[in-house]
Write a protein that binds this ligand. Structure first.
Ligand code: NIG
Ligand code: FE
Length: 390
């Protein structure tokens, strides 16, 4: 198998645990990376790189692991520009807007949903995302939820069943009946197509008992839990996530000290979604408080047409640095290794021998420029599974 060396890298972010002390990003200066097939086989100083058949000159720029976007909602149809406009004139965000997208998604053909999904995945790839998770949650019938998962599974292994996004309109007067459907017939139809189960634990969506019922039923079917928790208000979601060993508690905007302690003393990652706070003009999650307590933090886009219509991990990094108390190093780490931890993976989000060759080349000398030069399209090269895609 022929190998390729990417050399003349001014700053290489490896996230290599063995290089992490005192630098959490495992930085290597004047570096090179060797790729063979779909894997990284060597990283280190350029001068020590082994000879290979092919050579790519990074031109004194920065290379980092491809972004791991561990939270998105990309199987949808329609658009909620009006709702966004109304919010920017002062109307608050509420979970009820989800039903607008449910109606549009149910009415769309498979081909339309697939075209939308493909479009936003291409957009994300151009901005450096090489691994992504995506969810159902805009179908809310047995057939529509299973269809969403089938379509998603054509594009990623990280597929999440979110039948419990909100109570389906047909069950408005019978939420218990909807939970029974989500944990029964719908789960049976969806489990074969998903790796994860999720629930929106929030006022106006599902309470703690309902969320527990959903995640427990999913676990019994072999799905692993993750949860939308503490987004719009304080609530039981984070504690439930830790209790059930969820891979990730997502949003984490309203946290008590006990919630922060619970996350810090668990394997549950706190996934922060600054695009949602940006697009709903909500208070920012306090990343500093979580990091100082010792919690693992991930950053993701939450890309969806309602609360966060961005596919851009660089944008989320810039917001997290400006408004959530993260350093650029912490934000880049959260968008790469943090996302991988939220998906319980070690084969992505780091550039070490044996990991997938998922790399981003920036038109900048350092990863810090992702926050230092917000809004500038710095991603100039993307390799996914060893193949150059951008
Ligand atoms: O993560 N919070 C729940 N779900 C999405 C919002 C979906 C929507 O508004 O359509 C979120 O923000
Ligand atoms: Fe979400």
């Amino acid at each position: 198998m022929s190998a390729t060396v990417i050399t003349n890298i001014a700053t290489l972010v490896t996230n290599d645990p063995s290089l992490r002390d005192p630098d959490p990003l495992g930085l290597v200066r004047d570096a090179a990376v060797v790729i063979e097939g779909d894997r990284v086989v060597w990283t280190g100083e350029s001068s020590k790189a082994p000879a290979t058949d092919n050579r790519v000159d990074a031109g004194g720029r920065a290379v980092l692991p491809g972004f791991v976007d561990s939270h998105s909602h990309l199987v949808f149809a329609g658009d909620r520009t009006e709702e966004f406009n109304a919010r920017m004139s002062g109307r608050p965000y509420s979970a009820g807007g989800i039903r607008t997208t449910v109606a549009a998604t149910r009415a769309a053909s498979d081909a339309e949903l697939e075209a939308t999904l493909t479009r936003y995945l291409a957009e994300a790839l151009r901005q450096g995302t090489t691994t992504f998770e995506t969810k159902s949650g805009y179908g809310l019938t047995v057939e529509d939820e299973a269809r969403a998962l089938r379509l998603a599974a054509r594009h990623t292994d990280e597929v999440t069943y979110l039948g419990a996004h909100v109570v389906a309109p047909e069950y408005a007067d019978d939420p218990a009946g909807y939970v029974a459907l989500v944990t029964g017939e719908m789960l049976n139809a969806c489990a074969p197509h998903a790796r994860w189960i999720d629930v929106f634990c929030e006022q106006g969506a599902f309470d703690g008992d309902q969320a527990r019922a959903v995640l427990t039923a999913g676990k019994a079917k072999g799905l692993h839990p993750r949860i939308h928790a503490n987004q719009l208000s304080y609530g039981p979601g984070v504690q439930l996530a830790v209790e059930l060993d969820a891979a990730s508690a997502d949003h984490c905007t309203h946290l008590t000290d006990a919630d922060v302690d619970a996350l810090a003393n668990s394997a549950t990652v706190a996934t922060l979604l600054p695009g949602a706070e940006f697009s709903t003009r909500a208070v920012w999650p306090d990343a500093r408080r979580l990091l100082d307590a010792g919690a693992t933090v991930a950053l993701s886009t939450d890309c969806n047409p309602g609360s966060s219509f961005t596919s851009s991990m660089p944008f989320c990094i810039a917001l997290a640095v400006r408004d959530m108390g993260m350093t650029p190093d912490e934000a880049v780490r959260a968008a790469t290794a943090g996302g991988a931890a939220a998906l319980r993976r070690t084969d992505v989000g780091r550039l070490v021998p044996g990991a997938y060759a998922d790399l981003v080349l920036l038109d900048a000398p350092s990863h810090v420029h992702l926050a230092y030069r917000p809004g500038v399209p710095l991603v100039t090269g993307v390799w996914r599974r060893g193949v150059r895609e951008v």
